[in-house]
Write a protein that binds this ligand. Structure first.
Ligand SMILES: C[S@@+](CC[C@H](N)C(=O)[O-])C[C@H]1O[C@@H](n2cnc3c(N)ncnc32)[C@H](O)[C@@H]1O
Length: 595
């Protein structure tokens, strides 16, 4: 009895470990043939995603070295054509993992025989220099967002002080801020600084982890890269508004939006992936999001249009901006990657055009990706602008004071977009553009831009005064960003709003009536069928929308001249087709008004 027990445990562990290696190898194979790493990781039938991620990251790091080891040792042929990807995982674990290569399976024992030979080859050929250094060179701190739906910044600051963390002064300018987080001062594990742009974001050394503290485990502190936070920050929805997050899972930005809206208004969170949708639901519950309705469906078929004022579009992308993801296939040389990039860009264009065309009351949209590829970013934005004349871009970098990295040159939108560059901004690579409706009175938009900028000025003052005054200042900061409480601004825009409201009152009442009658029925159906989408009416409607969009979403070629030529053509085409559609809509509105 006594001797049987450990054997059982060993077998269990052994199965678990080889399972991990096999699954990692499977993912590796799929990624090599063009699949998205993130999707594969989420979908993998392995519960410990962190461990799986760590194993794979290590393989990516050492891949170039393993190429040489495999070739020179001829291990694949010698070991009866063992699976290449599995060998890569096993070699990585044996040579460079903290825990070593575990297990007694045949494949594992076979690889273990080569350890000395590999060490020798490494030494003789100085192979270490071949390791993928992209992510090791980039200094990326760890950002924790204070989840203001569950706690307050003050409480977290208190907790950090109890834990003996030292809060450094937030410098006055972004350049100085970057200098600080790249400096030796920031290497200590017990220091942190409040972000210069997003007040509820705290910046720590990359080694800081809060796995044991309650605030991390109960969702009060969320690990979220600054670049990712900038998307919701720039969308900046007002309290009590209606917001649609078209590609919401796992819900990082949705929960940030809810926090900005202080759980007021309505937040629609849509995601078409079943697996990620469950994660989204759990996450939003954990993070205390209460103003959300979630929909497991394709955003192109989402049926509620009338009240949506803000849209966040953060679609699945190549992920080439993510610092820890070092893939050769994202270097742009790989044929599969190029094909995938084209497909992704097409889908992005389709979603973006759908959003800009289909929501009659849409005022502001943020389009973001964690990609560093222009095809998925600037090209998509240029194209969308050229065929959606009602919208223009806001200058993102103006709203994030001191930010220098704009869109890649050579595109019409370049100057207005924001790029986060890992080596400069100490974040993941990220792209953001902000669309606003042209027919919103210009002053309204300027006021909104000012609001974000104003908050920076206040923040600078606060920084000078430092810690004790943080509480008061934080409240002052919160107001203009979230609820436009500055009375002058409010009075001005209130007058405009009232005027506008009067103009629209009749239309809106009718619309609401129509909405209640028709949409309420839809609500039930969508809820029932949110996973399977069986409602035929909805399907037909969305199919029509889809078809419309597929037709209307060509992709941009990089040459400006070609783009302009095409845009002219499109404008002409729109004059005869697109404009008619708008007119029809306007005519419809007039009719409603008349009745
Ligand atoms: C980059 S992730 C979104 C990350 C999310 N915004 C966050 O901050 O946590 C992209 C998501 O878009 C979803 N997606 C892609 N195409 C979609 C579509 N047509 N409709 C709805 N969701 C879609 C994917 O399932 C994936 O979960």
């Amino acid at each position: 009895m006594v001797t049987e027990k450990p054997v059982k445990i060993m077998n269990k562990n052994h199965d678990k470990t080889t399972g991990l290696y096999k699954i990692a190898a499977k993912i590796l194979k799929k990624v090599k043939t063009g699949s998205s790493f993130k999707t594969q990781l989420y979908q993998a039938q392995y519960p410990n995603k962190l461990l799986l991620n760590a194993v794979l990251m290590n393989v990516f790091k050492w891949e170039n070295v393993i190429d040489v080891l495999v070739e020179k040792s001829n291990i694949l042929e010698k070991e009866n054509n063992m699976d290449r990807e599995l060998v890569y995982v096993l070699i990585t674990e044996m040579m460079w993992s903290k825990f070593g290569l575990k297990g007694t399976a045949k494949n594992i024992l076979a690889v273990k025989k080569y350890k000395d030979e590999f060490l020798q080859l490494m030494k003789e050929n100085d192979l270490e220099k071949l390791t993928s250094s992209t992510h090791t060179k980039v200094m990326k701190p760890r950002f924790f967002r204070v989840n203001t739906l569950l706690t307050t910044l003050e409480k977290i600051l208190e907790k950090l002080s109890e834990l003996k963390f030292i809060k450094l002064k937030t410098p006055k300018s972004y350049a100085q801020f970057l200098e600080l987080i790249k400096s030796d001062k920031f290497k200590g594990r017990n220091v942190f600084v409040q972000d210069i742009h997003i007040k509820e974001l705290l910046v720590f050394n990359s080694k800081v982890k809060f796995y044991e503290i309650e605030e991390y485990n109960n969702g009060s502190l969320i690990v979220q890269d600054k670049a990712s936070c900038l998307a919701a920050y720039l969308l900046n929805p007002k309290s009590n508004s209606t917001v649609l997050d078209m590609c919401a899972a796992p819900g990082m930005k949705t929960s940030h939006l809810a926090a900005i809206m202080q759980n007021t208004g309505k937040l629609y969170a849509v995601d078409r992936s079943k697996e990620r949708f469950y994660i989204l639901q759990n996450m939003l519950e954990k993070y205390g999001v209460q103003n959300v309705e979630t929909f497991n469906m394709d955003a192109l078929t989402f049926p509620y249009y009338d009240d949506v004022k803000y849209i966040l579009l953060d679609p699945s992308c190549s992920g080439s901006g993510i610092v820890d993801r070092v893939r050769n296939d994202s270097s742009g040389q790989n044929q599969n990657f190029q094909t995938r990039l084209k497909k992704l860009a097409n889908v992005h264009a389709q979603l973006l055009n759908h959003a800009l065309k289909s929501y009659p009351n849409l005022e502001r949209l943020v389009y973001s990706t964690c990609s560093a590829n222009h095809e998925e970013n600037e090209a998509v934005v240029d194209e969308a602008l050229s065929i959606n004349g009602k919208f223009k871009l806001l200058d993102c970098t103006k709203m994030v004071k001191g930010w220098t990295n704009k869109g890649a040159p050579g595109y019409d939108c370049s100057e207005m977009c924001l790029n986060a560059v890992p080596s400069v901004d100490c974040t993941n690579g990220f792209f953001i553009s902000v669309f606003v409706r042209r027919d919103l009175e210009d002053n309204d938009i300027a006021e909104e831009e000012e609001n974000i900028e104003d908050s920076e000025d206040i923040k600078e003052e606060r920084v000078v005064e430092d810690n004790e005054i943080v509480d008061k200042k934080v409240k002052i900061l919160k107001k203009p960003i979230i609820s436009n409480n500055d009375t002058n601004v409010e009075n001005k825009s209130q007058i405009k709003k009232n005027k506008k409201r009067k103009r629209n009152e009749v239309v809106k009442e009718e619309k609401v009536f129509e909405h209640n009658e028709i949409v309420d029925k839809k609500v039930k159906k969508v809820k029932k069928s949110s996973i399977t989408n069986t409602n035929k009416n909805l399907e037909n409607k969305s199919q029509i929308i889809k078809n419309k969009n597929i037709e209307g979403t060509p992709l941009v070629k990089s040459k400006n001249a070609k783009r302009r030529e095409r845009r002219l053509k499109l404008e002409k085409a729109n004059e005869s087709s697109g404009l008619q559609t708008t007119k029809t809509k306007k005519q419809k509105k007039v009719k409603v008004e008349e009745t």
